[in-house]
Write a protein that binds this ligand. Structure first.
Ligand SMILES: [Mg+2]
Length: 255
């Protein structure tokens, strides 16, 4: 997944940030809005209790590629179909987040072949689901006092990728989830309590400024990160054994 390092292409982040004042972001959630302060002063308890309830809502951010959608499996299928005589890396031999880098070590001319696969039209639209991901996402969406969003980074070569991410979400989760899709090159700018993401190191403006993102990063296990040192962060290995429920409950205790 060679997404490069260009600045943000498209970001719906600020719409989300605009709503965040009454939602329990780790920083902003401590500061009630003017209407809430007025509700306290005028004795309109309903506004204040609404604020308390909103403060305690758990905001979950789900990455898309390799958390909901199986980028690696689809890549390998398409790559082998397109370049049947070229060397390839089996899933069990994947090591390191950047697919392009691992292929380039085999032969420098493989880099362009790799990119040609995931930059092609329909690649992102046709990604298969990670087992259990859609069912888990739908269940999280129905949980009490939980808000869930998809937080995904597009390719720099965004011609097909961005549009097809919307299409994938609509097709697999429904139109309601299109409203929950945050496409940004900098996930550190997004407010949340937990980000479930397969990328072991998530960089961005917030981290560069020696601050920390609002969310805790849970590393979703994928073929490329099984051997990666994740420096004490928690892992979520799959969506199928139900362990994600305990994980979210643990995180909720600390918001
Ligand atoms: Mg990912």
């Amino acid at each position: 997944m060679n997404f490069g390092r260009a600045p943000c292409i498209i970001s719906r982040t600020f719409r989300l940030l605009g709503n965040a004042q009454l939602v329990s972001g780790s920083t902003w959630g401590r500061f009630p809005s003017t209407s809430v302060i007025m509700a306290r002063r005028t004795g309109k308890i309903r506004g204040y209790s609404d604020f308390c309830r909103e403060r305690n809502r758990l905001r979950v951010l789900l990455d898309m590629d390799m958390v909901l959608a199986d980028f690696e499996e689809h890549f390998l299928t398409k790559y082998r179909e397109t370049y049947p005589d070229a060397p390839y890396v089996k899933a069990e031999d994947r090591d390191g987040f950047w697919l392009r880098d691992q292929y380039e070590k085999i032969s420098p001319n493989l880099k362009d072949k790799v990119q040609s696969i995931y930059e092609a039209e329909f690649f992102f639209r046709d990604l298969p689901e990670i087992p259990g991901a859609i069912e888990a996402a739908q269940e999280i969406n129905k949980m009490e006092d939980v808000d869930v969003f998809i937080c995904t980074s597009p390719l720099v070569q965004y011609k097909y990728c961005v549009k097809e991410k919307f299409e994938w979400v609509e097709q697999h989760l429904g139109m309601e989830w299109v409203e929950k899709l945050i496409i940004t090159r900098d996930k550190t700018m997004v407010q949340g309590h937990v980000l479930i993401d397969d990328k072991p190191k998530i960089k961005g403006k917030v981290i560069c400024c020696l601050s920390i993102p609002s969310w805790k990063h849970v590393v979703f296990t994928a073929c490329h990160n099984r051997r990666t040192n994740i420096h004490g962060r928690r892992r979520l290995d799959n969506w199928t054994d139900g362990s994600w429920r305990n994980l979210l409950e643990d995180i909720r205790k600390h918001i």
